[in-house]
Design a binder for this molecule. Structure first.
Ligand SMILES: *[C@@H]1O[C@H](CO)[C@@H](O)[C@H](O)[C@H]1NC(C)=O
Ligand SMILES: *[C@@H]1O[C@H](CO)[C@@H](O)[C@H](O)[C@H]1NC(C)=O
Ligand SMILES: *[C@@H]1O[C@H](CO)[C@@H](O)[C@H](O)[C@H]1NC(C)=O
Ligand SMILES: *[C@@H]1O[C@H](CO)[C@@H](O)[C@H](O)[C@H]1NC(C)=O
Length: 309
């Protein structure tokens, strides 16, 4: 009997170890630089990471070459997580590029690989000094995206670190800013609407030059005299289910206490969270694909008429 209990305990512990990444792990343990490693820095015992976008011409062998490289975004920096995940919570504190950040984009998103990829996005589009940032959100399922919603913020995102968290479970995706839900995308697979639940996603974050489209449709260019641009990332916390391939489609979704994200509390927002989300959406939404009738020629995507909370 005691042996059996011991066996179950060992099994339970190994299941937890299998599914949960070490939550308190630092940036060097969790992520690597995909580009720009020479510019970005890690500090505070690995809890802080600074993404940097510079004007490369400082080290220019040829000004023309470097103008081209800079315009392609090669002067920025980016990270990717070692592990992929399927469901859970991905949490990051971010302090955006201060001052004149027009033309810069700080991206923070989850994505799988391949041409039918899944993706959940937070992107922060910089602006001229004093003008507000745009927070861009989107979701892709099996390669299909086009579900953009954009927001302004109710605080200055460059003055301090704020909490940007993605909750993702078999029932819904919730984008949180400082614990306020700003958007929900529910799983309506039963109605034929794609939902990301069969591919592991990696975390990516990067700072790059997007002045060909980002600020006011590309009209406002990066002012390189303000370079280097720096965005701070802090306390990355993946409380999420590790992806080990096809078997994870079941093991990360199964309703069990070690898969905390499958608990009924996370399948739907509470009444007070719905109230918070309505406050954000009534006051700060600036673009919603669901009300862009012209774009869809009045054939609105099916999820637009379904409840999202
Ligand atoms: C980078 O800075 C130098 C000197 O400040 C400037 O001459 C050059 O045009 C800048 N490069 C780009 C790509 O703007
Ligand atoms: C960040 O927000 C998430 C979602 O609301 C929350 O679970 C988490 O505790 C917050 N983290 C911090 C450090 O406040
Ligand atoms: C920048 O600020 C202007 C003026 O408030 C606004 O129209 C624009 O949407 C803002 N965001 C971006 C990314 O351009
Ligand atoms: C998951 O398990 C909990 C606790 O046993 C239960 O309350 C809930 O209804 C279950 N959810 C589903 C989708 O089966």
């Amino acid at each position: 009997m005691a042996n059996l209990r011991g066996l179950f305990l060992a099994l339970a512990i190994s299941l937890i170890a299998l599914n949960l990444n070490s939550v308190e792990a630092t940036f060097p343990e969790n992520v690597y630089f995909t580009w720009g490693a020479n510019q970005a820095t890690i500090s505070s015992n690995g809890e802080d990471l600074q993404l940097v976008l510079t004007n490369l011409s400082v080290k220019a062998p040829s000004p023309t070459l470097l103008t081209i490289l800079a315009s392609l975004g090669f002067s920025g920096s980016g990270i990717q997580s070692y592990n992929a995940y399927l469901f859970g919570s991905i949490e990051m504190l971010i302090k955006l590029v201060p001052g004149n950040s027009a033309g810069t984009v700080t991206a923070y998103y989850l994505s799988s690989t391949g041409d039918k990829h899944d993706e959940i996005d937070f992107e922060f589009l910089g602006n001229s000094s004093g003008d507000p940032y745009t927070v861009h959100t989107n979701v892709f399922a099996q390669g299909v995206g086009g579900k953009e919603q954009q927001f302004k913020l109710w605080f200055d995102p460059t003055a301090d670190y704020h909490n940007y968290t993605i909750h993702w479970n078999p029932s819904e995706i919730v984008w949180f800013i400082d614990e306020l839900p700003i958007r929900v995308f529910r799983n309506y697979e039963s109605k034929g609407i794609g939902y990301p639940n069969k591919q592991g996603m990696w975390l990516y974050s990067s700072l790059w030059n997007a002045d060909n489209w980002c600020t006011q449709g590309g009209r406002v260019k990066i002012d390189w005299s303000c370079a280097p641009f720096k965005a701070g990332l802090r306390n990355y916390r993946p409380r999420a289910c590790r992806w080990y391939g096809q078997s994870s489609i079941y093991s990360c979704a199964v309703n069990a206490s070690y898969n905390w994200w499958t608990s009924p509390v996370y399948s739907k927002l509470s009444y007070s969270q719905i109230g918070q989300m309505n406050w954000v959406r009534n006051n700060y939404i600036i673009y919603n694909y669901c009300t862009d009738y012209k774009r869809f020629n009045w054939n609105m995507p099916a999820e637009c008429s379904l409840e999202q909370y």
